[in-house]
Design a protein around this ligand. Structure first.
Ligand code: MSP
Length: 526
């Protein structure tokens, strides 16, 4: 079985995760499910980035030790991923001995081989981002990443000799044009940060304590990004007694990150790996940012949505559908209550929900729940419908292969729309009233095709909406769900016996009421 190793960034447990942070994990989870369906040995790693000054500060604010704080947050995070049915295979915390020990070894090794040297650092430090900036990098004298105040600081520090790897990194980018996607972000990174020359990186701190100590000089704490990035290999057992997973899964096939941390993953990470003589990940996908109507989500602005607030009210599948459907591959996404309610009522309740309802309802009404397809007669619309379903299934698969999840869902919904139109075209209620025996055979064909289209939709929805997909299979009373079966059209499947009770997949939302609910959660009133 071919392996597929996929990672999310490890999150800072400094506060509660909003839908933006949850999105990275949803993407990785969707990919894991899809790859599994395609027969890969898919392995998905996520976890927490528990060191650094920010964590130390937040813990203090909460009257906790850093360890107490991260323990509490780890529990909450695992609870959230459970609630979201995230199918990760490992959850690494950077405070675990399996990680800390290896990070120290890696640091030692890099120091011994001359990649890390001792120097003195002076620069502008952004505490929330835990990053030093040079004078020219500042924007209006503030942090170029988060826009907050920076402080001039000086400390004796270890440095990583990035300059030594400049040429190798450039060559790597040239030889691997698909290393970073989307291409627009790759170009930005390459032209603005790599081409002008990579500066050596300060990789230790003495100004705080909460981190992994440099073994040979414990006054120094290892820079949180050097610590954090290596999680992708320490979790697999790199340099440990049992490194079988490392041997099997490294290099990563896909590392999903948000655009704000592409610099770390696209420059420092490959260079660290080069220094360790390890292969570079095959692909890094940097998605855009979610903001809510009037800008970037933030607690202080009072425009934030937490995943639980959506899931509790609208269900996991609707929440995931909305985010995955609305988020373009290479851009940012703006969440608006109107947009969510439209998608819910339009795509989920009307288009998909009604299609299933109508189909099951008609089969119960016209055939008492059981259609014999052995003697069906095709209508003039059948050929086109079948072709379209198979074509769109293929296209959806191509989109999934390219991480174009929004487009994949769009293709799936084209099958749904075509099926609804097919009902209008074939007018089953007219065929039912006809006394002609031929019309009964046509009617059976219409029902069989609707069932088959819904089955194909359910197969394709598996990576995105497990519960919805399961409900469709259950109501159709069919269990042919392996991925390749979305490429075959089996209208003639003997006897179809659908469920008696029609349970709506998505109940239509009352627009005004839900807009108000969403406005309230955004403003923090719920
Ligand atoms: N700890 C680092 C990652 C270290 S990986 C070696 C980190 N953590 S984070 O908690 O701040 O972010 C976690 C993920 O959420 C990142 O992929 C980040 O880009 C993403 N997002 C944070 N806010 C977001 C939005 N508003 N929208 C979309 N993604 C967002 O960075």
């Amino acid at each position: 079985m071919e392996k597929y190793y996929i990672t999310t960034p490890i999150y800072y447990p400094s506060g509660k995760f909003h839908i933006g942070t949850a999105y990275t994990t949803i993407l990785a989870d969707t990919t894991k499910r899809y790859k599994k369906l395609r027969g890969y040995d898919a392995y998905f790693l996520t976890g927490l980035d528990e060191h650094g000054q920010k964590i130390e500060t937040v813990a203090k604010e909460n009257g906790k030790t850093p360890q107490e704080h991260v323990d509490f947050m780890a529990e909450k995070t695992i609870e959230l991923w459970k609630r979201m049915n995230i199918q990760y295979d490992d959850f690494i915390r950077t405070t675990e001995p399996r990680h800390e020990k290896i990070v120290q070894e890696i640091f030692d090794r890099l120091m011994n081989q001359g990649d890390i040297y001792m120097g003195e650092y002076e620069g502008w430090y952004c505490m929330p981002c835990e990053t030093y900036f040079t004078e020219t990098q500042l924007v209006d004298g503030k942090c170029p990443d988060c826009g907050r105040e920076v402080k001039k600081m000086k400390e004796e520090s270890y440095f990583f000799n990035m300059k030594k790897y400049q040429k190798r990194l450039e060559e790597f980018y040239e030889k691997n044009p698909d290393f970073i996607e989307p291409i627009s972000r790759k170009n930005e990174l390459f032209n603005n940060f790599i081409k002008p020359g990579i500066e050596d990186l300060c990789v230790s701190r003495t100004s705080f304590d909460w981190g992994i100590k440099v073994k040979a000089n414990p006054k120094h704490v290892i820079y949180v990004w050097l610590d954090a990035l290596t999680n992708y290999i320490t979790a697999l057992g790199y340099l440990s007694e049992d490194d079988s997973k490392f041997k099997k899964y490294w290099p990563a096939d896909l590392q999903i990150v948000g655009k704000d941390i592409i610099r770390f993953h696209g420059i420092y990470w490959p260079i660290f790996l080069m220094a360790l003589d390890l292969p570079i990940p095959k692909k890094i996908y940097a998605h855009g940012f979610i903001s809510i109507r009037d800008g970037k989500m933030s607690k202080s602005k009072g425009n934030i949505i937490y995943p639980e607030q959506m899931i509790d009210r609208y269900g996991l599948d609707a929440t995931k559908y909305y985010l995955l459907r609305e988020f373009p591959f290479d851009q940012d996404m703006t969440v608006t209550p109107e947009n969510f309610v439209n998608r819910y009522n339009g795509d989920l309740a009307n288009d998909l929900g009604n299609l299933l309802n109508r189909t099951i309802g008609m089969i119960n009404k016209y055939f008492e729940g059981t259609v014999d397809t052995s003697n069906i007669k095709e209508t003039e619309f059948d050929e086109v419908l079948k072709k379209l379903a198979l074509q769109k299934a293929k296209e959806a698969e191509e989109c999934l292969d390219n991480l174009h999840y929004s487009n994949a869902l769009e293709k799936i919904w084209q099958i749904v729309s075509a099926s609804n139109k097919y009902i209008d075209d074939t007018k089953p209620w007219v065929l039912f009233k006809s006394e002609d025996e031929q019309d009964k055979r046509l009617l059976a064909s219409v029902m069989a095709n609707l069932v088959e289209n819904l089955r194909i939709v359910a197969v394709l929805l598996q990576p995105f909406m497990e519960e919805t997909s399961n409900k469709i299979f259950a109501q159709l009373n069919i269990d042919l769900r392996d991925w390749d079966s979305s490429h075959e059209y089996i209208a003639n499947r003997g006897t179809i016996k659908v469920g008696k009770d029609v349970e709506p997949l998505f109940v239509r939302l009352e627009v005004e009421k839900e807009l108000e609910y969403l406005e309230n959660i955004i403003k923090g009133k719920k």
